[in-house]
Design a protein around this ligand. Structure first.
Ligand code: NZQ
Ligand code: ZN
Length: 395
């Protein structure tokens, strides 16, 4: 193993930590761009609590409301314009992954010359990463993406229907105020999609990473087992604060880089899913619940011993030999059953997607992520025909 790892985001975790938002933000600025989504933070009372905490700390703010799920590039541009006009010197994201992702790029857009879309790979030659951003403070209200403590953002260009990602050191939040109580109002379906998303963040590196990372394997397995233990409880009772806290901590750990350190795995399942949520505006976690089991059945042929390990360690299945096909199939089936049991869709028709555009989805996938032969990186690498095959198996 050989790697460097540095995550500079300070995390303030626990019930009631929203009260510390103002003092946290005031260390970085006096006027915040307060970024919110479609209204859930107003309905839950979270907005008022955040506003009061900012006010107590002497921080004023301009609100950029209305970030949509699967956030659009035009929304990012609107927020950046508002931050400029209002003279904001810090950005606070109060919402789910979409709100946080949009807020991060707004913070960087202030300093970015030219077309914002150049930050995002979409088949262009002139990709330019952002190098500077206003200080970012994240307050997640949904346990899912881990965006609160990582340097990534996923944005959709609504003109081309391409959803792409940017990762850059300047996008690391300065601090993440992670208060599980804020997730109490998340509906059952979004809770389940979040559980699926966080599990998929670690299955990506688990199945696509380099060989010889036994400690990282165990980290990933512990995230999966923890999510499978506490996720159903959070779905069953949204006010079960112990379950909410465990799921949220799992979601942070799943994608703050710690589990992935040294694994260097690409994210093929995410790359395929992003195309579905770009075209059909479905919830990211719901799309993953459909694509991941289908992808696993495909990828297991290339790396059976890894899928036997998954079956054994996650589901306690006794394999008869290191490449036992029955054990592999049972492990994937049981994983899919878990997703279904908590309320995730596992077939494309359940989210209204048919077979008419499979080729287009595959083309869009490799437009954003491809090796030098135009194939989707992963273990194994996938041709567009193989992406179509996986999607077809999920119809
Ligand atoms: O918009 P509001 O009104 O806030 O409602 C949202 C939205 O309708 C609602 N919600 C959020 N917190 C709530 C709540 N409802 C009630 N109570 C609360 N406390 O939930 C709905 C979904 O919100 P969204 O932010 O879209 O969900 P999520 O956190 O799953 O974020 C998904 C986005 O993140 C990207 C996805 O592609 C997708 O665009 N991702 C970002 C990543 C990253 N930056 O690291 C990695 C992920 O793999 C992912 O790709
Ligand atoms: Zn994800």
């Amino acid at each position: 193993m050989k790697f460097t790892f540095h995550n500079p985001t300070r995390i303030i975790f626990g019930a009631g930590t929203i009260e510390q938002l103002g003092s946290t933000v005031s260390a970085y600025g006096r006027k915040a761009l307060l970024v919110t989504g479609g209204g859930s933070v107003k309905n839950s009372g979270t907005f008022d609590r955040a506003a009061a905490s900012l006010k107590d700390a002497g921080v004023s703010f301009a609100e950029c409301a209305g970030v949509e799920p699967n956030p659009r590039l035009s929304t990012v541009a609107r927020g950046a314009e508002m931050a400029r006009k209002e003279g904001c010197d810090v950005v606070v994201a109060l919402g789910g992954g979409s709100t946080m992702d949009a807020a991060k790029v707004m913070a960087a857009a202030i300093f970015y010359e030219g077309d914002l879309w150049d930050m995002f790979p979409h088949g262009q030659g002139n990709r330019r990463l952002p190098e500077k951003a206003l200080p970012i403070i994240t307050v997640p209200t949904l346990a899912a993406t881990g965006s609160e403590m990582n340097c990534g953002s996923v944005i959709t260009n609504e003109e081309s229907t391409i959803k792409s990602f940017v990762t850059a050191p300047c996008l690391y939040p300065k601090a993440a105020v992670v208060d599980p109580e804020l997730t109490a109002s998340v509906p059952k379906n979004q809770t389940a999609f979040g559980v699926c998303d966080l599990i998929t963040h670690v299955t990506e590196s688990y199945f696509n990473g380099v060989d010889g990372t036994p400690l990282q394997d165990r980290f990933a397995e512990s995230v999966i087992l923890t999510a499978m233990e506490w996720g159903p409880r959070a779905v069953a009772d949204g006010n079960d604060m112990e379950a909410r806290a465990q799921v949220q901590w799992a979601s942070v750990v799943a994608l703050n880089g710690w589990v992935q350190a040294g694994t260097f795995g690409p994210y093929p399942v995410h790359m395929i899913e992003h195309v579905l949520s770009a075209h059909h505006d479905i919830a990211h976690g719901a799309g993953l619940a459909i694509v991941n089991p289908a992808w696993m059945r495909f990828a297991a042929k290339a790396r059976p011993e890894r899928f036997v390990q998954f079956a054994e360690r996650i589901f306690g299945i006794q394999a008869k030999h290191p490449e036992d096909q029955e054990a592999i199939a049972e492990g994937i089936d049981r994983f899919e059953e878990f997703l279904r049991a908590i309320g995730c869709p596992t077939r494309l028709f359940e989210v209204g997607i048919g077979d008419t555009m499979l080729e287009r989805y595959a083309q869009d996938t490799v437009l954003v992520a491809h090796d030098d032969q135009g194939r989707l990186p992963g273990r194994p690498v996938m041709t567009t025909a193989e992406i179509v095959e996986v999607l077809r198996s999920a119809l």
